[in-house]
Design a protein. Structure first.
Length: 272
């Protein structure tokens, strides 16, 4: 979830036809850091410029909610100023003896998700070493070139997850039990403004159906034989726009594979 910051410089989070609405950033237990100043990245072209966030800026926060035992702590994601981030956990406490593993999920954890083996998104960052209730993890978000438009915007990750690995657990059907999760509130600036989305109608390579709400088109349900470029063209989107809306495509702008039956986002609020 993306929210508008209340620190020194306010960042506009509205996207054209996105329906994004900001809320106040929650108080963080992390020491005060630099204001959320946008530092322009090197210009690749007028249509492909991504602002970087100043080093030390807190861009997301969350509080751990226990799912197994009494695991607690505060989460802050901090910009390093180069398109990468630092995940800091403070006040961490757990009655589970194993060292924690952490991961990020692009979907909210439902009430029945107690096994992180079933989560989507990137794999675990690995085992963390907790010292005095704190641990940190560097996170590159998969970016190679920080000037690539929009691809370092990680605000589609809804949850920070703490899990525990126990080789005995497969007997009960799960390697990685969810110890706790923290719904994330993001205060990143908008990296990528999208054009209005208009359905130009079914065509070869884009014969699927659409989903919508009272604000307009939201998603596209992929049909057998669909081609990503044809789908993007149907809705008046450049491939960079289409891939930005769908981080699950891995940043590939040539011909990313589309799985029949899957839903691809057409607007920023539906990013997944």
């Amino acid at each position: 979830m993306r929210a508008a910051p209340i620190i020194a410089v306010a960042i506009a989070t509205g996207l054209l036809l996105t329906g994004c609405t900001g809320v106040a950033e929650p108080e963080s237990t992390v020491s005060p850091v630099a204001d959320a100043t946008i530092v322009p990245a090197p210009t690749v072209s007028e249509a492909a410029t991504t602002p970087l966030v100043a080093a030390g800026t807190i861009v997301a926060t969350g509080s751990l909610v226990a799912r197994l035992g009494t695991t607690t702590g505060e989460v802050a994601i901090v910009a390093n100023g180069d398109g990468t981030y630092q995940i800091d956990v403070t006040g961490y406490s757990s009655d589970v003896e194993e060292r924690p593993q952490i991961r990020l999920s692009p979907e909210p954890l439902g009430g029945e998700v107690d096994c992180s083996d079933n989560l989507t998104g990137p794999p675990s960052f690995g085992t963390q070493v907790v010292v005095d209730g704190r641990f940190s993890q560097h996170w590159s978000t998969g970016m190679v070139n920080p000037t690539e438009r929009g691809f370092q915007d990680p605000a589609h990750f809804d949850e920070f997850v703490v899990q525990s690995f126990d080789e005995r657990l497969p007997i009960r059907g799960c390697f990685n039990s969810v110890l706790a999760h923290a719904p994330l509130t993001w205060t990143l600036p908008v990296f990528h403004e999208l054009p209005p989305v208009v359905d130009g109608g079914p065509r070869e390579g884009a014969t699927g159906t659409t989903t919508s709400d009272d604000t307009g088109l939201l998603g596209y349900v992929v049909a057998e034989g669909d081609d990503s470029r044809a789908v993007a063209e149907r809705f008046g989107l450049a491939m960079e726009d289409f891939v930005y809306c769908n981080p699950n495509l891995g940043g590939a702008t040539d011909h990313p594979n589309l799985r029949p039956g899957s839903t691809q986002a057409l607007r920023a609020p539906a990013r997944s």
